[in-house]
Design a protein around this ligand. Structure first.
Ligand code: CMP
Length: 140
């Protein structure tokens, strides 16, 4: 099925000037870019985005990092986009990510792992409207 997924270029990868390369990689894999912006989240905004992880031991560290600098949320669309993007991005821990994946190329560790992507349709349905209104998502 054609799906939409939320991708975030995290603060570490924004600082590495990797935004353009990450967009290029995803677009070259037949994923259509429908929306993007650059934002610097507050701690509270980062906590709301990652609310599903609120009871995890890394929640505070994760939300500190995600509010430490600007990041670039984007919406991509394509056939099987959710699983496809996760494959292109690679494993959560960059040390375990396959050669050629975005996290292998730009990630540092499990926290500073360059990108986030929705892990299910349910997550995408929460994450996309967290950053984008209907008017900000373009039908290409
Ligand atoms: P992400 O795809 O953004 O979704 C949740 C994030 O939690 C994940 O990527 C990691 O960056 C982060 N995360 C997972 N495990 C840990 C950990 N042990 N320590 C710090 N951050 C973690």
């Amino acid at each position: 099925a054609v799906e939409r997924t939320l991708v975030i270029v995290k603060p570490d990868a924004v600082k590495k000037n990797a935004v353009g390369d990450i967009i290029r990689i995803l677009q070259e894999n037949d994923l259509k870019l429908l929306a993007l912006k650059m934002i610097h989240m507050s701690k509270e905004e980062a906590k709301g985005f990652y609310i599903v992880h609120k009871d995890r031991p890394f929640y505070d560290e994760l939300t500190d990092f995600m509010s430490s600098g600007p990041c670039v949320p984007m919406v991509f669309e394509g056939e099987n986009a959710i699983a496809k993007v996760r494959e292109i991005i690679g494993a959560t821990d960059p040390a375990k990510a396959e050669e050629g994946t975005i996290r292998k190329k730009y990630g540092t560790d499990v926290g500073r792992n360059a990108v986030h992507a929705s892990d299910s349709v349910e997550s995408a349905n929460y994450e996309i409207p967290y950053f984008f209104s209907a008017l900000e998502i373009h039908n290409l």
